[in-house]
Design a protein around this ligand. Structure first.
Ligand SMILES: CC(C)(COP(=O)(O)OP(=O)(O)OC[C@H]1O[C@@H](n2cnc3c(N)ncnc32)[C@H](O)[C@@H]1OP(=O)(O)O)[C@@H](O)C(=O)NCCC(=O)NCCS
Length: 259
């Protein structure tokens, strides 16, 4: 038991740069108190002392502002930072080294009995105010952004943000270079919109360029295959895109055609 308490204290030092010494951590971290009281409540719950378990859980809520149902299964080195306003439902399952910030709900979306709360695998981080609702799994090492509302499974290592929670796809340098090459090839200029700009339209255009690149590659393969069949087929160059064709559209939108 003391071994587990020691690693709980260590996990605070690993995940909160504000922690200064063990005495401060033991006396001033409500997340730690909630986890320790939950262990007592969970043991009582599993031994059939359901009412007593609920009383301990309710006392913990009163003391810390963190509500963990005694039936919830929680792994090792679980760290709750700040804590106030956290709710963890009865059938929630939490792996090892998971971190939750204040205001997180691991809740259900139905009144059916049985599994109705999420499972968080090892190393998951859930940002402040996020709601994770339903009996699905958040894969190992995944991150949920603060204030996100997640109602579907999140793959291991992914990051979900927003309402409803969407997986962030970060593009690599190689992908950006490919997009740039394709944009130049088709004479497209997104008017200074760069990959570092948080613009959903720019991101959609980036994905269209990826798709164009893939279609282009496949067309070239098909052309080569047809030519090798020794038929009459001859690949022709595609007509170039001309600024004049877009001038009217750009004028309507107050923009200018690409140089
Ligand atoms: C979600 C999170 C883990 C992402 O971290 P990351 O992997 O380093 O990702 P980045 O910071 O590079 O952000 C990637 C993109 O997601 C966006 N984003 C990040 N967090 C977001 C959030 N909570 N909601 C909406 N969008 C978010 C960023 O603006 C960025 O968008 P862009 O690509 O269009 O520019 C982090 O932002 C977060 O919310 N952590 C929780 C921290 C917390 O609750 N702290 C409380 C301390 S008291």
């Amino acid at each position: 038991m003391f071994e587990r308490m020691r690693e709980d204290i260590q996990s605070v030092f690993h995940r909160d740069p504000a922690a200064r010494n063990a005495f401060e951590v033991v006396t001033c971290y409500p997340g730690l108190h909630a986890v320790w009281l939950h262990r007592v409540a969970h043991a009582l719950w599993c031994s059939g002392w359901k009412w007593l378990a609920r009383v301990v859980s309710n006392f913990s809520r009163w003391l810390t502002g963190i509500e963990i149902h005694p039936g919830a299964k929680i792994g090792r080195r679980f760290f709750i930072d700040h804590g106030m306003g956290i709710v963890i439902g009865e059938t929630a399952e939490i792996g090892d080294d998971v971190t939750l910030y204040q205001g997180v709900t691991l809740g259900g979306t139905s009144w059916n009995k049985g599994k109705r709360h999420p499972t968080l695998e090892d190393g998951v981080v859930v940002g402040a105010g996020a709601k994770v609702l339903g009996p699905f799994t958040v894969g190992a090492g995944a991150k949920i952004g603060s204030n996100a509302v997640v109602t579907k499974a999140v793959p291991a290592g992914a990051t979900a943000v927003g309402i409803p929670g969407k997986i962030i796809v970060k593009s690599t340098d190689e992908q950006e270079a490919r997009r740039q090459a394709m944009a130049e090839k088709i004479g497209f200029d997104a008017y200074g919109v760069g990959p570092d700009m948080p613009d959903p339209v720019a991101r959609a255009i980036g994905q269209l360029l990826d798709h164009l690149q893939a279609v282009d590659g496949r067309l070239e393969d098909v052309s080569r295959a047809l030519a090798s069949l020794d038929c009459d087929y001859r690949a022709k160059d595609l007509p170039a895109l001309r600024d004049e064709d877009f001038a009217e559209v750009c004028k309507d939108q107050g923009g200018k055609p690409a140089a």
